[in-house]
Design a protein around this ligand. Sequence first.
Ligand SMILES: [Zn+2]
Length: 396
Amino acid sequence: MTTARLYRDDPYLLSFEAHVVRRFEHEGRPAVILDRTAFYPESGGQPWDLGTLGGTPVVAVLDEGGDVVHVLASSLAADAVRGEIDGARRCDHREQHHGQHLLSRAFEDVAQARTVSFHLGAEEVTIDLDREVTDAQLRAAEERTNAVIAAARPVTVRIVTRAEAQRLGLKAPPEDAGDAVRLVDAEGFDLQPCSGTHPRSTSEVGLVAILGRERHKAGSRVRFVCGRRALETFHRQHAVLDRLTSLFSTGTEGLADAAQRALDARSAAEKRVRELLLQSLDGEAQRLWAAQPAGSNVVRATYEGWDPETLRGLAQRLVALRPGVALLGSRSDKAYLAFAQSEGLPHDIPALLKAAVAPLGGRGGGKGNLAQGGGDRLDQLETALADAERAVRAPR
Ligand SMILES: [Zn+2]
């Protein structure tokens, strides 16, 4: 015996009585099969219904070889149970799924683009089309769909044989077993095989709003929302716009320009900061050499909060200015090191750095006359630098 599917005849049914015919475990959770159910199992791109069975939350509903498996939050003792479907979720799925049927038909009409897959997500719905569509086709399909919604065409379901479906040029969905093929008919506009839950009239979809599209395989992936979701999306996105217009002190129309100006100003400021930083590094290198005792060709210094790039820049300037060795450290989010020597000096800088970075519990590397690295042990930074200086000054 297979489960009688009440949602097929009445997609508005939210409450029903049934008997448990089998109990088992599904991936560690209790599960039941009923003699009849109004719960829609995940299928054909439409997610499962939520709700309760005998007061126990239903967490997943799966289609398994003709049976509908209800996966439960906890086990169910009673044999006769009342099922209650989450009506808001069912209604939302009806709006999104039927909107998808209409939009897919519109894309076939305006762009000869066929829908190859459909995904009803928690926020957005997508269809994948087998060919790329233009902006103009996107708008045309959206307009056509909304015109059909406004026309309030009746939506009916009928069952035909496989042979009849084939005559109508329709392919039975893989989840339909046997000879019966269920067709969803939006009168005079669209007819397609489907096991999903649909409204009685196209008007119930309310609105289809296309959010965008991207390239996908050889075609386009189109993102959209229907019905109440469209309104929710509008409110959510409008809240973001309100925040931005208030931050930029401008109206919606001026927002893009204001954001562009802010980005340009930031780029210019960053460039200027970089220039000033480089100038100050030149000055810092000169100051460090001037502070060295006569005859010393090793500079060792530690900075607070310097990033590795700046530290390396100073090390490079030091050894370019005078023949010598630079051993620099910074206490920042980590302990950073940058070691360098002038061209022609004999030290193995990468090996020196590797030895110094080990007690910092980190890693580093380099080649030739420059190496850098860092680790988390800020408390070991001074010792590591002192050891490196001793190694450099040791008679060779
Ligand atoms: Zn469908």
